[in-house]
Design a protein around this ligand. Structure first.
Ligand code: HEM
Length: 482
């Protein structure tokens, strides 16, 4: 009897060990994060799009995090997806190499924007193209363009603001950010080609979130055609610039295209003409919506917070007082606009143009006790840390002074420009443009919001439903320093 019991216990022990061992060696996809994948292909896509369009995305994310924690699975835009949130998730994404997590746009987007655009490149190709772009966008080079940017912004104010009683801020600022990119990146000053490019660009971007059916008369088809025509214009510009540079009739650093052609002449492997074209379109895309969103929200929040507005005016009047009439802003003066930039950072904390982003797992990845299977999409909502009360007390309050007290924010918590090897290369460009525009606005005008309802939606960047109309008034002569 005792022997039987002994063997029974031994058998039980062996079975337990086998079960334990089997569990340990189960294929990794058994430890998928919690959550439902929903209907194949569709999953939660419509629900998220609906939340974005109603500016309800923060609640949507919060609800998900409350239900499943900071890692869960779902299906978005045709792909099984792992959703991530939190400081640790931001760190994980920004420190992962391109062999683990890669950038991959949905095929419909790369069809419109191009396969050689930087956000579609990975590994060595990404490094090479990014290095070429950064030779132009790094501060030491960018400071040479402060004067060009300044003139472009003053022309814009003359054309679209001066003498007007009411201005619809967001659409007008999109024209500004497009023109600034045209001037600094393409070396294209105002005129019919620039106007044609703007309308082609707007037609192209309209199809980015459309149903990807390429049949005549569909928006997707119109966008593909607009993209092809836009790229033909850019390619013609490249050819023209090459001829001018060969004849030594232009300087290599006068705009990004000339800059890239010069690098190409020195090292033919640096970038191809097709890469230059796709990445010029990429920079238009990067520089257009995000910066106009930042400046528009800044104008709104300044109108709603008189004490912040007064402090910005004080800083900007101080700078204007030391300048001669018509003198352009210098890089050093822009870098001294410390308070105004804190206001911009607070605007970016509250309404970041990008709520998060997407990557693709190149292999099975272990994260947070779960497996992110090879081939799955990863979506992380980087900006949710901006609203974490443990990091930013009273997170819904607009309070730029929080950055006076909080001299250093914890790492990976304030990430409007992203992080790691794909951190926005246009951050300094956006800073220069925003500070220059706000300087001229507050030193030359005052403004009031025209409407009570200034609601916005995400498409996926924030867009004011009514364009943000404001009433503008020229400042008294003694205040207007320029
Ligand atoms: C307030 C303005 C801007 C914000 C908040 C912003 C934000 C971002 C963020 C968050 C990313 C990283 C996305 C990711 O990790 O998937 C990014 C990438 C990028 N941005 Fe910006 N951006 C701004 C302005 C600009 C401007 C003005 C330019 C061009 C002149 C630009 C060009 C780019 C490019 C080319 C990338 C891709 C970088 C890469 O993949 O290596 N951005 N931006």
């Amino acid at each position: 009897m005792e022997t039987t019991l002994f063997f029974a216990l031994l058998l039980l022990l062996l079975i337990s060990l086998v079960v334990l061992q089997t569990r340990r060696s189960r294929p990794p996809n058994r430890r998928l994060p919690p959550g439902s994948l929903g209907l194949p292909m569709i999953g939660q896509s419509f629900s998220l799009l609906k939340a974005l369009r109603a500016n309800n995305d923060q609640e949507w994310f919060k609800e998900r995090i409350k239900k499943y924690g900071s890692i869960s699975k779902l299906t978005l835009f045709g792909h099984p997806t792992v959703f991530l949130h939190g400081q640790a998730a931001n760190k994980f994404i920004y420190t992962c190499d391109g062999n683990t997590l890669a950038n991959k746009m949905p095929p419909s987007l790369s069809r419109i924007l191009g396969k050689k655009i930087i956000v579609e490149l990975n590994g060595e190709d990404h490094k090479r193209v990014r290095a070429a772009i950064l030779t132009f966008l790094r501060p030491e080079v960018l400071k040479l363009y402060a004067e060009k940017m300044d003139k472009e912004i003053r022309n814009h104010l003359d054309d679209h603001w001066r003498g007007k009683h009411e201005v619809e801020v967001m659409p007008v600022l999109k024209v500004l950010t497009f023109n600034v990119i045209c001037s600094l990146v393409l070396g294209l000053e105002g005129g019919p080609i620039r106007a044609k490019l703007l309308s082609l660009f707007q037609e192209m971007t309209r199809g980015l979130l459309s149903v990807p059916i390429n049949l005549p008369l569909t928006q997707f088809n119109r966008s593909i055609n607009a993209s092809a025509r836009l790229k033909t214009v850019v390619m013609d510009l490249i050819r023209e610039k090459k001829t001018v540079l060969e004849k030594n009739q232009a300087q290599s650093h006068q705009d990004l295209i000339s800059h890239l052609i010069t690098i190409q002449n020195e090292n033919p492997k640096s970038t191809s003409d097709d890469e230059i074209v796709d990445n010029v379109v990429g920079l238009m895309f990067g520089g257009y919506d995000a910066t106009s969103s930042l400046i528009s929200f800044m104008i709104k929040l300044l109108a709603e917070h008189p004490s912040v507005y007064d402090a910005v005016v004080k800083e900007q009047d101080g700078i204007a007082r030391n300048k001669d009439l018509g003198e352009c802003l210098k890089w050093e003066e822009l870098m001294n606009m410390k308070y105004t930039w804190r206001v911009a950072m607070e605007v970016l904390r509250l309404t970041p143009p990008f709520f998060g982003s997407f990557r693709r797992a190149i292999k099975d990845i272990e994260y947070g006790g779960y497996i992110i299977p090879k081939g799955w999409q990863v979506m992380w909502v980087s900006s949710m840390t901006h609203m974490d009360a443990n990091i930013f007390p009273e997170p819904s309050q607009f309070n730029p002074s929080r950055f006076n007290e909080q001299t250093t924010t914890p790492p990976y918590s304030l990430v409007p420009f992203g992080g790691g090897p794909r951190i926005c290369p246009g951050g300094e460009f956006a800073k220069m443009e925003t500070l220059t525009m706000i300087h001229y606005l507050v030193t030359q005008f005052t403004w009031k919001l025209s409407l009570k309802d200034n609601s916005f939606r995400r498409d996926p960047m924030p867009i004011f439903n009514h364009g943000l109309p404001i009433l503008i008034f020229p400042r008294e002569q003694d205040h207007a320093m320029i």
